[in-house]
Design a protein around this ligand. Sequence first.
Ligand code: PHE
Ligand code: ZN
Length: 853
Amino acid sequence: MKDAAPQVIRLADYAPPAWLVDEVSLIFRLDPAATRVQSRISFRANPAAPGHHDLWLDGENLKLLSARINGEARSVTPGPEGLRIPATELPEGQFLWEAEVEIAPEGNTALEGLYMSRGMYCTQCEAEGFRKITFYPDRPDVMATFRVRIESELPVLLSNGNPTAQGAGWAEWHDPWPKPAYLFALVAGDLVAQSNRFTTVSGTEVALNIWVRPGDENKCAYAMDALIRSMRWDEEVYGREYDLDVFNIVAVDDFNMGAMENKGLNIFNSRYVLASPETATDQDYENIERIIAHEYFHNWTGNRITCRDWFQLCLKEGLTVYRDQQFTGDMRSHAVKRIEDVLTLRARQFREDNGPLAHNVRPETYVEINNFYTATVYEKGAELIGMLRRLVGDDAYRAALRLYFERHDGQACTIEDWIRVFEDTTHRDLSQFKRWYSQAGTPRVMVEDSWADGTYVLRLHQSVPATPGQPLKEPLVIPVAVGLLGQDGRELQPTVVLELSEPVQEFRFEGLPQRPVPSILRGFSAPVILQRDQTSAERAVLLAHDTDPFNRWEAGRSLARDVLLAMIARDEAPSTAFLEGLGSLLRDPALDPAFIALALRLPSEDDLAQALHEAGEVPDPARIHDMRRKLTHLRAEHLAEDLHRIHDAMASTGAYDPAADQAGRRALRNAALAGLTHLDQGARASRQFATADNMTEQLGALSALLEIGAGADELAAFYDQWRGDRLVLDKWFGLQVMFAAPDAAAETAAGLAAHPDFDWKNPNRFRAVIGGLSANAAGFHHASGAGYRFVADWLIRLDPLNPQTAARMSTAFETWQRYDPGRQALIRAELERMRSAPTLSRDLGEMVGRMLG
Ligand code: PHE
Ligand code: ZN
């Protein structure tokens, strides 16, 4: 397998399918070792591909038992990737294909296709898993209605669409909406449901069920509540109504990703469904709400309107992420949500976009499509939607979306279709904007300003650095939201959106009473890196007065970053002004506690490495770690009184509620505790741990203790308390690795990998330990190379069993070119070792190849 040159798939080679499918009917006779799948597929020649063509059916690891065309038996010999019937052996116009195959779900460790997770059958077909279930044209532009019959002794048998009939040992389903095979799903298991009903805006009753293992049914209430709120929101905000009689969600323990939007039957990683105050943190609750909404929103943006081919993945993912971000903002706080989203965008997407794995939001080539479910496709994809909306305005955005749903319902579409609805709505030429989809790399916007005679001039320069395969870049259209403040903090100019479309452009503001303090890129109006020398006085004005909450936070953030960079470079002590600025935030009663908690969060070690690299320096992970700790300590000393007060004042009153208000208070309380723990050797944290009645406070206390190298007793108590709860135990594994001291991190991870509860074939557990180590920057990048070796060892081991997860986690190495020659040599050696593994998959092979360049 690894000797054959990997086949590169190109957008430019797209050709419409020769044969379309009208209807599919499937019968599953479930068995762990020998499941039989019978298929009846009616094919029809595609008028868009004139002529009489061969039939290509994708199929992998299928034992073909029989095949018939129009009832006549055919002897066909499939190759490793599928089978071809020459046109000469096919009827013209249309025909019926029938086949029976055998598959072995219990041996399926890749968790793609039909597999088993602790006794339960489930499927994962996006992107190309259906071909592991039966022979089929497994491409998203082939859409068909599905009838499914499942035969099994298990009590709960589910598939897409509406149930049509059932009896002892069988059930039948029909999905009336044409869909691509990647949205197919089947579940069979001993499950129980938490159920509810939803009446759509036009009066249709929908039965809602969340299916879990017996014992977990009391942990579904929040997911159900989030689902109902999502359904209502999509009706109210996007005019989108649900379109089946039932909506099923199933929680499974073994799942490579977060969740999957299969039509009418969403399948979730159980960590994004199950929650109780005792076992889930506020962050978990927020993630559940977000992902339930995301998958539900896919019903229109993804399912009713799908992608023509996998290069168009951002068409459904960017838009659906954008929609779930709006939803969370509406449910919680737009200001806080925007800050959180930008933090992730910078931590994950900017990191990706500024390294060897940089790629377009719409890639043009791939070897393995699973490798392109990335922060760039998802998060930058969502930013492009936000920019488009800023450029055309809210009303035009709404009108364009209405046109999109009207024009393209039932179709498999492209980014060109998407852009065209905006052009047709606004009569604006968006060809320059479209470059955002075909140009990788994070744009830099450099700001110069001048002031004379009441006129303030902003001179903006844009540039995009070279990325792999794209040495030269063209100018983009960048919406730069700007406001102007007076030196006293009064707003002189409310937000205007400047459109930067030239390499250099000037924008003038006239008739101003005094030289203003500019607030640039308000709301983070474009996914760019802003380059500007800003005085600390200006930042102080913005931090204290900006009417734009994002830029208010950003002023504090950049201040903290510069303080840290100065400590790292020159041992420079943090200025009192900086510490005082934080102090006044802590004492401002008008501020949302969630906002203050975000303002207290220091840039991560990886953020700092990224900033140093950006400034042309070579980051030293050990030094970054030490200085960040030192600042945490100094800051706590300086603000001790405020932190004490806050920790007491933010204590819970009344019953636990996962909603934003309480969650914000707990976030601030834990942030205060983390600081105080640096001063009191953990006394307060131990008390909080002992008295906590919810996971947010219990885990906050444990993390604070582990961060200072304490907490051994609490860790043991936590294990005893939670050893029976898989999701909580993942936290126990992860925290120890993430907070391990740099010298001990690899060893701690190795110790945990030898723990009897370490189940490395479960992706959540694997991520907790191996991903935990890559999240511990100073531990992972330890000069000994032990961190690199540990992660590479495990990726090599996981890869033949579960290539998708191994490949995803290899991004731990994507920043390697930032570091010193010693570390680079160590990482290169590990990447080469992975590349030469005899079992190297196409997935990991492509990732390692791109990283090595
Ligand atoms: N389509 C899923 C989502 O974004 C993600 C996913 C991709 C899940 C591939 C599984 C496999 O919601
Ligand atoms: Zn999605």
